[in-house]
Design a protein around this ligand. Structure first.
Ligand code: SIN
Length: 546
């Protein structure tokens, strides 16, 4: 087995991962491992933009207030102040890197700011409606120009390597990870002084999602398997407006469309949001998604309709070029037609417990971006705060690692043993993986979705547990493939979501239970934290570590 050496191993190539690598490239040999093409990540599909208090009529205080209000009592206030407060400086830095955020026509350098739900004013910087793609392209070019950074696409992480699992002396710390090279089928280890998880979210846990195929919760599962505390996993954000069309897979219709005046109509053509909240279409996402879910279920409609036909085509083409073109390709002219939409899983507010520099409970292991739970989002993320969190935490994480390198130097290397395949053979039953993959996602959509009940959660818990046992058996029996690794992670994350949801006996933010329809005033600010011994309740480590 080949072992590759580096100072800093970054797993994931979205905004948080690439920025961390970029910031460290002067001081360290950085290896960025990513399981598909380097550009493929949740960031790449971010349309709305990045929230920051940069307008003359805005303030850090107002942005903090809106973030705390959306977070429904669960935000970590110090994290909110720190991340929101750093926003304007980090935006200037992105601009120095070459990102060009839209300016208002005829207003010089004044930003053209988008408006999204839960924000008390226009606050979202954007590059057309392809902000994420702009960020990724710019960062990939920046990273490619640094000789110290090695980009390794198609490397899929199997497991982290903590010294505790190796029986090495001294306090436990992370020394790297095992990877499957998806192209050659080889397994290799990366030995690193510092490891940064930047693997993004877990939208694929649900049958319907705005996320790309890569969002299988890998980092959360990796962290949980080495015993890290996992926080607030019950808070899954469902985006209210995912395009509902047989040929459109996971295509988001940005909230910024509602910010420009689009209204939501039910099957009878009635505008329903004012019945649910005085902020109507610009209420926070949990409220809008629940209202849509309620309309669809009570009326038996397969979707609702987004109507922005009051805006002229010229404005729509200019403001939403990507969304406009995509809809048009499917025969929908936004300037004339209503767009069919449904809610879909969009963002995981929980994750590996970290501070705002990505520090985890395991020394030398960091987590940044959607995989982490810093406390910024609380029980519900304010729109466009996630790119902000990624940018600020990547910067902070790089600064902390740089300081550790400077003061303590690289930790002593530890030998990583060869990957043992035991009696594993190539699988002749790939259909099991396909079947279980669909079953996890359907079960989560049906029983652990926007509206939950005790009975549904219990049912989901039983099914996912059985699936996990089956997956574990399969994992031990057959040679690893990326499909089985993703399924193993997906099922672990599904279990974490269900367990967290069952622990929260109230409704708060994104977690809504018909059995406990109110927020419990006795437990304000109480997080749900799952901390299992390394290996998890169903021990699913490779047998060599059993
Ligand atoms: C959107 O454009 O609606 C998504 C923005 C976000 O999720 O923050």
């Amino acid at each position: 087995m080949e072992t590759v050496e580096c100072d800093v191993l970054v797993i994931g190539s979205g905004l948080a991962g690439l920025l961390t690598a970029y910031h460290l490239a002067d001081e360290a040999r950085v290896l960025v491992a990513t399981k598909r093409e380097a550009w493929e990540s949740n960031t790449n599909y971010a349309q709305g933009g990045i929230a920051a208090a940069v307008a003359p009529d805005d303030s850090i205080e107002a942005h903090v207030r809106d973030t705390l209000a959306a977070g429904a009592g669960l935000c970590r206030e110090s994290a909110v102040w720190e991340i929101v407060g750093a926003g304007p400086a980090r935006i200037r830095e992105l601009e120095r890197l070459g990102i060009r955020f839209e300016r208002r026509e005829g207003h010089g350098e004044e930003y053209d700011l988008g408006r999204e739900g839960g924000h008390s004013r226009r606050r979202v910087l954007h590059a057309g409606d392809i902000t994420g793609r702009e960020l990724i392209e710019t960062l990939l070019a920046a990273v490619a120009s640094r000789s110290n950074v090695r980009l390794c696409p198609h490397w899929m992480a199997i497991d982290l390597v903590p010294t505790g699992w190796l029986g090495a002396p001294g306090p436990d710390r992370c020394v790297g990870a095992y990877f499957l090279d998806r192209q050659s089928g080889e397994i290799r280890a990366v030995r690193a002084g510092w490891t940064v998880l930047a693997t993004g979210g877990a939208g694929k846990v649900y049958l319907y999602t705005t996320n790309p195929d890569v969002a299988t919760g890998d980092g959360i599962a990796l962290g949980w398997r080495v015993g890290l505390p996992i926080r607030n996993m019950e808070f899954i954000q469902f985006h209210p407006t995912c395009l509902y069309h047989p040929e459109a897979k996971s295509f988001l219709i940005s909230e910024a469309v509602r910010g420009e005046g689009a209204v939501l109509l039910n099957g009878a053509g009635e505008r329903f949001m004012p019945r649910y909240d005085p902020r109507a279409e610009l209420a926070p996402r949990d409220i809008v998604a629940r209202a849509i879910d309620h309309e669809m279920k009570t009326r038996g409609d397969p979707c609702v309709w987004l109507d922005i036909t009051h805006q002229p085509a010229e404005f729509l083409i200019n403001r939403f070029p990507n969304i406009y073109a995509r809809c048009l390709k499917l025969g929908l002219d936004m300037a004339r037609d209503r767009i069919p939409v449904v809610p879909a899983a969009h963002y995981c507010c929980g994750g590996i417990e970290t501070d705002t520099a990505g520090r985890t409970a395991l020394p030398n292991l960091y987590a940044v971006g959607e995989v982490a739970c810093t406390g910024l989002h609380g029980a519900n993320r304010l729109a466009s705060n996630s790119l902000l969190e990624a940018v600020v935490c990547a910067y902070n994480c790089a600064a902390v690692i740089r300081e550790e390198m400077r003061t303590a130097g690289r930790p002593p290397p530890v030998a990583i043993p060869d990957w043992k395949i035991g009696d594993a053979v190539p699988s002749d039953e790939a259909v099991v993986v396909e079947h279980n993959w669909n079953e996890v996602r359907t079960c989560m959509w049906d029983y652990v979705g926007i509206v939950r009940t005790n009975k549904r959660l219990e049912r989901a818990a039983r099914r996912i547990r059985n699936l996990r046992l089956e997956i574990r058996q399969y994992y031990k029996q057959y040679l690893v493939t990326s499909d089985v690794l993703e399924l193993r992670n997906l099922a672990a994350v599904a279990e974490l979501i269900i367990r967290s949801a069952r622990e929260r006996r109230e409704s708060r933010g994104l977690h809504y239970s018909l059995d406990y329809p109110w927020a419990d005033p006795a437990t304000p600010g109480a997080d749900t934290v799952i901390r299992d011994p390394p290996g998890g309740p169903i021990h699913d480590l490779p047998e060599s570590w059993g």
